[in-house]
Design a protein around this ligand. Structure first.
Ligand code: NI
Length: 177
């Protein structure tokens, strides 16, 4: 396994649509391992392949506190959404920054796991947010396109509080994906 360089906002690759993965290969398995290691090292809850410069539809997510529940989604498709949640969202490609983003509160996704078995994943709250954020990355979309107001420095307590207040929300700790 190896760490990969995370591409940051302003890099064109983050605005491109990633291509479907056609079949299993050593290269894809290595990519998955590297993405997991890179996500964990950066303390993120999700990472999409374009963020490490690979235009393939591969996503890793782990919303557990102790990095113990890795989820691998190949060619994920959002098949159902419902409800609404509004809160802060960050991105490993825009380190340190957050924005207030409205997302569905429930999301169901069809995908292949890393063994290329068909799976369905459903989630609410943070998992729903991560599923939307990462599948957006595969289509070249970033949270800053849909955030309410401006991005703010998540380490600046005053700026963070102001952003929450402006959106009429209670404060919660931002996460990056
Ligand atoms: Ni992101």
């Amino acid at each position: 396994m190896a760490l990969r360089t995370i591409r940051e906002f302003g890099d064109d690759i983050l605005n491109k649509r990633a291509k479907e993965v056609k079949g299993n290969s050593e290269r894809i398995q290595t990519l998955i391992d590297d993405m997991l290691e890179t996500m964990y090292q950066a303390d993120g809850v999700g990472l999409a392949a374009p963020q490490v410069g690979i235009l393939k539809r591969v996503v890793v997510i782990d919303i557990s506190e102790d990095q113990s529940h890795p989820m691998v989604l190949i060619n994920p498709v959002v098949v159902e959404t419902s409800g609404e949640q509004c809160g802060s969202e960050g991105c490993l490609s825009y380190p340190g920054m957050s924005g207030i983003v409205t997302r569905p509160n429930y999301v169901r996704v069809k995908a292949l796991d890393r063994d290329f078995n068909e799976i369905e994943v459903e989630g609410t709250e943070l998992l729903a947010r991560a599923l939307m954020h990462e599948t957006d990355h595969l289509d070249g979309h970033l949270y800053t396109e849909i955030m309410i107001g401006d991005a703010f420095d998540a380490s600046d307590a005053e700026a963070t509080k102001a952003a929450y207040e402006a959106a009429g929300l209670e404060y919660e700790e931002p996460k990056e994906a």
